[in-house]
Design a protein around this ligand. Structure first.
Ligand code: DAT
Ligand code: MG
Length: 155
C-alpha cells in the first residue's frame, strides 16, 4: 500500500507551550505517522497571506494572518497510507466549541483556545497537500521521495 503525504503545522499557540507541543508531537507518533521532514520557523505575514489566500476576504483573515506570524511554528511532512484524512481526524473540527463537543479527545478539542488559535493545521486534499508541502519545504521533491525513499518505508 503506497504512502500518502500531508502537511501538518503546529501553530504558535501550541509551539509556545512545551507540554502542548510535546502532546501534539506524541499524537503524531502514536497514530503511526512517519515524520518525513520537520522544521521550526517564524513566518512572515506575507507568507501567511499567501498560504491562506483561499480565505482572503473572510472576517477572520486578518486575525489569522497576524496570529500565524505571531511566533514560531513547527511544520511537518507526514506520511501514512491515509495521511490527509487521518491527520484531519486526529486534529478534530476547525471550530473550538464544536471540537470540544464532538471530539473532546482530538488535538483541537483538547488544546484549541479559539476558532483562530486552534493548535494545528492539516492539508485538506492531495492538491493542497502538494502546494503546502512546497510552500514550507521548497527543496523537497515529492517525485524523488516516491522514487527513492517511499519504497523503503512502506510495509
Ligand atoms: P482548517 O484549519 O480546519 O482547514 P479552514 O481551512 O476553514 O479550517 O480555516 C483555516 C483557519 O482559519 C482555521 O484553522 C482557523 C481560521 N478560521 C476558520 N474559520 C474561522 C472562524 N469561523 N473564526 C475564526 N477563525 C477561523
Ligand atoms: Mg483548511
Amino acid at each position: 500500500q503506497a504512502l500518502q503525504l500531508t502537511l501538518a503545522l503546529i501553530k504558535p499557540d501550541a509551539v509556545a507551550h512545551p507540554l502542548i507541543l510535546e502532546a501534539v508531537h506524541q499524537q503524531i507518533l502514536s497514530n503511526k505517522f512517519l515524520i518525513v521532514r520537520m522544521r521550526e520557523l517564524l513566518w512572515r505575514k506575507e507568507d501567511c497571506r499567501k498560504f491562506y489566500r483561499e480565505h482572503e476576504g473572510r472576517f477572520f483573515y486578518q486575525r489569522l494572518v497576524e496570529f500565524m506570524a505571531s511566533g514560531p511554528i513547527r511544520a511537518y511532512i507526514l506520511a501514512h497510507k491515509d495521511a490527509i484524512q487521518l491527520w484531519r481526524t486526529v486534529m478534530g473540527p476547525t471550530r473550538v466549541f464544536r471540537a470540544r463537543h464532538v471530539a473532546p479527545d482530538s488535538i483541537r478539542g483538547s488544546f484549541g483556545l479559539t476558532d483562530t488559535r486552534n493548535t494545528t493545521h492539516g492539508s485538506d486534499s492531495v492538491v493542497s497537500a502538494s502546494r503546502e508541502i512546497a510552500a514550507f519545504f521548497p527543496d523537497f521533491s515529492e517525485q524523488r521521495w516516491y522514487e527513492e525513499e517511499e519504497p523503503h518505508l512502506r510495509c
